[in-house]
Write a protein that binds this ligand. Structure first.
Ligand SMILES: *Cc1c(COP(=O)(O)O)cnc(C)c1O
Length: 388
């Protein structure tokens, strides 16, 4: 008899948390657009649901699916990626505590730690998380959290998750990995030793640029932490709406095939772009000369759909390129089916200008979508040709 194990990634992404409706047989669970739930006598809850800030069946579906695809104990979903990060930090930090964040962390994460949590008495240090000695040197007695983003945004730096997990364990730090860029279809940080994964589900998990959302997924063994995060979700209230949860669930079902195609097309583009005289550097971990290539090959199954370029002509060239593409839309965000071009220093990373996390004005970032690869190649080449 064949061993039936319906627990592999592609199967879980489609079926986890998706229980067909017992009364109607709906293959796709209904979107539970309700704020409250009728009680059978005071306190007589029918499914444990009382009020939708505390719990909603559509959100529960998504949370089960998130836990399954990251291989964690619990998924906890939020109204945005930053709301998820904020809830996690509130759950684990007290005034006087210290956080280590990557020196090229997502600008919004840096702003959250610097301004919102800084005001609450949280200290932080930015550090190159690809450099283990630098991380070790930056740890203080008050350090509680080691935050990692790999690949990083927008410099596509690769940090070694198993090595950082060892370091975090030794120093008693919580290792948090922002897995937005890779997604669990390509990289599973909890399997590699991380304690917590965070996501902007706005990006690859949603995958269609039509929903803003976020998630925290806590590793097995971290049930107590999961309860603390869930408490912040309930008590501070930045929950995802039923419709947003539904859209995210629907996106996740095709995550695996999308990541495969995003990665293939990005690899082709990256290899072509390095040939172009207007391009000084292509930052893509799938290229053999990328400094993180070997580490990425160990911890990722493919290299993803994000590419950054440094233009030989500096700021002027980068601006011209970003404003000249036709298929790549000039917009913030990433991870959707449509290709996007972004000018980090004035768009996604404007909030970190003048800080250690500032991004060079010569850099442009591409989110490679699912369009025809030849159309995408033609588009970047015509935009590069305008620079010369
Ligand atoms: C977009 C993004 C976030 C923030 O998520 P929102 O959904 O925009 O709040 C966090 N981390 C990374 C890597 C991102 O790209």
């Amino acid at each position: 008899m064949t061993d039936v194990r319906p627990n592999r990634f592609d199967t879980l992404a489609i079926h986890a948390g998706q229980h067909p409706d017992p009364t109607t047989g709906d293959a796709i669970p209904a979107i539970h657009v309700t704020s409250t739930y009728v009680q059978d006598g005071i306190g007589g809850l029918r499914g444990g649901y009382e009020y939708s800030r505390g719990g909603n069946p559509t959100r529960t579906s998504l949370e089960e699916q998130l836990a399954a695809i990251e291989g964690g104990a619990q998924g906890i979903s939020f109204a945005s990626g930053l709301a998820a990060e904020d809830a996690l930090l509130r759950a684990v930090l007290s005034p006087g505590d210290h956080v280590l964040v990557p020196n090229d962390v997502y600008g919004g994460t840096h702003r959250l730690v610097r301004t919102i949590h800084g005001k609450a008495g949280i200290q932080h240090t930015t550090v190159d998380t690809a450099d283990l000695d630098a991380v070790r040197a930056a740890i203080r007695p008050e350090s509680k959290v080691l935050w990692v983003e790999t690949p990083s945004n927008p410099l596509m730096k690769i940090s070694d998750i198993p090595a950082l997990a060892g370091l975090a364990r030794e120093a008693g730090l919580l290792l948090v990995v922002d897995n937005t860029f890779a997604s669990p279809a390509l990289q599973r940080p909890l399997d590699l030793g991380a304690d917590v994964v965070v996501h902007s589900t706005t990006k690859y998990l949603g995958g269609h640029s039509d929903v803003v959302g976020g998630a925290v997924v806590v590793a097995n063994g971290g049930e107590e932490l999961a309860e603390q995060v869930r408490y912040v979700q309930f008590a501070a209230g930045a929950v995802s709406s039923p419709f947003d949860a539904f859209l995210t669930t629907r996106g996740i079902k095709t995550l695996s095939v999308r990541m495969q195609r995003h990665s293939e097309t990005a690899q082709t583009l990256a290899e072509r772009l390095i040939e172009h005289p207007a391009v000084a550097r292509v930052l893509y971990p799938g290229l053999p000369d990328h400094p993180g290539h070997k580490t990425a090959a160990h911890q990722m199954s493919r290299f993803g759909g994000m590419i950054s370029l440094e233009l030989a002509g500096g700021e002027r060239a980068a601006r011209t390129f970003a404003e000249s593409t036709r298929v790549f839309l000039l917009a913030e965000s990433l991870g959707g089916v449509e290709s996007l071009v972004n000018y980090p220093s004035e768009m996604t990373h404007a909030s970190v200008r003048g800080t250690e996390a500032e991004v060079s004005p010569s850099i442009v970032r591409l989110s490679v979508g699912l369009e025809d690869v030849t159309d995408l190649l033609d588009d970047v080449e015509q935009a590069l040709d305008r620079i010369r």
